[in-house]
Ligand binder design. Structure first.
Ligand code: NAD
Length: 461
């Protein structure tokens, strides 16, 4: 049989980092069967929660110990600015630390404690979880997928994106030293390997992070065999800035958000709504912050903007920018790096457009450093415009008026809302409304999603 070998690239320099072979169908079957045997063997699934928590804490520590290494892998392979890659690796450790804390305190319950019956409610792991990953936050999303699934006692077969398999492979080998044999497997490959995982009879749950389009296919596939699913999909997240906001902080944050990970970010804040009375002032501040951004070498500590992940993705982003040049007003377009070897990289310009709500740039997930801007009149208008999308992962509200911030938060159909400098918690429920996905991951919510509840009814008459 023909083996598929892929070049894994450094997109900032258009260079090959290494080559990785896709797992063959037989290797994928074997990984699932090994994970299933490990699950049935019970060394992990039936380990007392306190002990499992202690192992997960050791997993967190090993990630901290290798954070520089993991961050450098992702910085080179994604083109992610190194300071952000360091944050991702720290976040990966934190997901394990949070899972460790929760698993030790998860309790089983008793209800119905009458004279004749006691009902025990116990948690069971679901079995083998297939974790399918995107390329934008490789090590962080690998850990966000693994930690709650492992905390619940499952075995996991992880499939990283074919563009960015390296940090998940490294993480898999670090964790294999700490976990019972076979509990975590990493298989390389593209959508075909993903499909094989979603169809396999021994996979009980699929945790998929990726595009809304592929998420629909995963959900359809999961229906056969009634597999449990968690879907973490796309977004068109909105930042809303009210006239009473601290404008300078809000402008700096709005720019950080749409350019973090060069906009290849599911919660990118790629739509900016500004109250009409401060519109001109605020946009001038946003443009000033955008002008100071530095594109280029992702491994340089002062770099803000790296390349797009692939030439094909750059073409998609460029197409959306071209559409915006036709139907929107350009407020800012940044420069591309001209110094070798970054002049070969897949860089997109930082761009800001004042956009009508019918434009593609306002409606579609760009996944590049591109911001679409519009104004709003009052709270109701802000909420209506923010909700005018099929997505609903993250929104951001800037206002000094806490009551207004809560009222608007309640009105916006989004799984996560940041208010001013607030940031979502590693222990909170991560996930979205509508086309942004199904279910919530992380913290105890992620452990619940990876567990089955069972009631055992004892007749004590
Ligand atoms: P993608 O959907 O192309 O691929 C994601 C993964 O799914 C890859 O590993 C791919 O090989 C695999 N895959 C593709 N089709 C499949 C199928 N039919 N069955 C099984 N597996 C399949 O997404 P991408 O381009 O890698 O990632 C970008 C997308 O991910 C964006 O839309 C972004 O918003 C989303 N994302 C969401 C979150 C979140 O937390 N909600 C986080 C990061 C990225």
């Amino acid at each position: 049989m023909q083996m598929t070998v892929r070049s894994v690239l450094d997109p900032a320099r258009d260079e090959v980092l290494t080559e990785v072979a896709d797992a063959t169908p037989e290797e994928v079957d074997r990984a699932i069967e090994t994970a299933h045997s490990a699950f049935n063997g019970g060394a992990w699934a039936r380990m007392p929660p306190e002990e499992r928590g202690a192992v997960l804490e050791r997993c967190a520590q090993v990630i901290r110990d290798h954070a520089d290494d993991l961050a450098l892998i992702d910085s080179k392979n994604v083109g992610k600015p190194i300071a952000q890659a360091n944050g991702d690796a720290e976040g990966a450790a934190e997901f394990f630390a949070v899972a460790a804390r929760h698993v030790a305190t998860l309790s089983n319950e008793a209800v119905d404690a009458s004279a004749t019956q006691v009902t025990l409610i116990v948690r069971e792991p679901v079995g083998v979880v297939a974790g399918i990953l995107p390329w934008n936050y490789p090590v962080a999303i690998a850990a966000a997928t693994l930690a709650p699934a492992l905390a619940a006692g499952n075995s996991v077969v992880l499939k990283p994106s074919p563009e960015t398999p390296l940090s998940a492979q490294r993480l898999g080998s670090l964790l294999a030293e700490l976990l019972p044999a076979g509990v975590v497997q990493v298989v390389a490959g593209g959508a075909d390997v993903g499909r094989q995982l979603t169809r396999h009879r021994l996979v009980s749950r699929i945790h998929f992070t990726g595009s809304t389009r592929a998420g629909e296919e995963v959900m359809t596939s999961a229906a056969r065999g009634f597999k449990r699913i968690g879907l973490e999909l796309g977004d068109k997240s909105t930042t809303m800035v009210f006239a009473d906001a601290p404008l300078e902080d809000a402008a700096a944050s709005a720019v950080r958000r749409f350019t973090a990970n060069q906009g290849e970010n599911c919660v990118a804040g790629s739509r900016l709504l500004v109250q009409d009375s401060i519109y001109d002032d605020f946009i001038a501040r946003v443009v000033k912050h955008a002008e100071s951004l530095v594109s280029g070498n992702p491994q340089h500590p002062d770099t803000d903007i790296g390349p797009m992940i692939t030439r094909q993705h750059l073409a998609k982003v460029s197409d959306l920018i071209d559409s915006a040049r036709r139907d929107s007003s350009a407020l800012f377009e940044g420069d591309l790096p001209t110094d070798s070897p970054y002049d070969n990289g897949y860089f997109a310009p930082v761009a800001i457009f004042e956009s009508p709500s019918t434009s593609r740039i306002w409606r579609e997930e760009v996944f590049g450093p591109v911001l679409a801007v519009a104004s709003f009149t009052d709270d109701a208008d802000a909420i209506a415009q923010a909700n005018d999308t099929a997505y609903g992962l993250m929104a951001h509200i800037w206002s000094q008026d806490r009551a207004r911030a809560i009222r608007v938060s309640r009105g916006v159909r989004s799984g996560m809302i940041r208010v001013n400098n607030g940031v979502e918690s590693a222990a909170g429920p991560w996930g979205g409304f509508g086309a942004s996905g199904i279910g919530r991951s992380l913290g105890k919510y992620g452990i619940d999603a990876n567990s089955e509840l069972k009631q055992i009814c004892l007749d004590i008459s």
